[in-house]
Write a protein that binds this ligand. Structure first.
Ligand code: CA
Length: 228
């Protein structure tokens, strides 16, 4: 997907040169020439990254950065003069992701932009929290279960039981422990409730529910999800 970059800078020749270079690299570029215009565009167009000059008409870069950070984690690269207080720019007060000191060339800026997009891509992959066990995928964020590429509809309790077992694959749980963990302390059911849900999960997920390969019975103890 094309990444959208908002350039905020009032020096029009610099803006034109940067926009030209970023577009050449395949980015979608939008421009704001003062802080007020920037805040409007950030809200309306939700850019993937902001290149923000400190010295701007109307609302300066500090104020824009502070305002954005109240509601958004969008990466911000600050354009600064040599004598700027870098600790303040990158610190908690402003929370910019990176800075670049003027004068700079487009290639330097591109390298910083690419580095930030690489980092955010890594974070996104980690934040997705998908557990894969053979041909089974459990998406812990979307509460979605996919088996051999097909989404399997589960009740919320079936999902809760499966995701708990999968998250603790290889560990054996008694029916009592599963009741506590999945149904909660104040649930007034008995161990057979667990058995019924395990049976339903096996019917939905196992090739042969009578000979399960994923959700295993540990005789005399309880259940476990196969390891690895
Ligand atoms: Ca400026």
């Amino acid at each position: 997907m094309t990444k959208k970059i908002l350039l905020v800078e009032d020096e029009k020749t610099l803006v034109r040169a940067l926009a030209f270079n970023l577009e050449k690299e395949g980015f979608e570029v939008d421009v704001a020439y003062d802080g007020e215009e920037a805040l409007g565009k950030i809200e309306q167009e939700e850019p993937d990254l902001i290149v923000l000059d400190l010295m701007l008409p109307k609302v300066d870069g500090y104020e824009v950065c502070r305002a954005v950070r109240k509601t958004s984690e969008v990466p911000i690269i600050m354009l600064t003069a040599r004598d700027e207080d870098i600790d303040k720019i990158l610190g908690l007060e402003l929370g910019a992701d990176d800075y670049i000191t003027k004068p700079f060339n487009a290639r330097e800026l591109l390298a910083r932009i690419r580095a930030i997009f690489r980092r955010t891509a890594q974070h996104e992959a980690l934040a997705k929290k998908i557990i894969r066990m053979g041909s089974l995928e459990v998406d812990l964020v979307k509460h979605k279960v996919v088996l051999k590429g097909r989404e399997i509809p589960l009740t919320s309790r079936e999902y809760a039981l499966l995701s708990f077992l999968v998250s603790n694959a290889g560990r054996v749980f008694t029916r009592g422990q599963l009741l506590e963990q999945v149904w909660g302390f104040d649930y007034c059911g008995d161990a057979r409730t667990v058995d019924v849900h395990i049976r339903h999960l096996r019917e939905k997920l196992e090739e042969n529910p009578a000979d399960p390969r994923m959700i295993l019975t540990v005789w005399g103890t309880g259940y476990k999800f196969r390891e690895g």
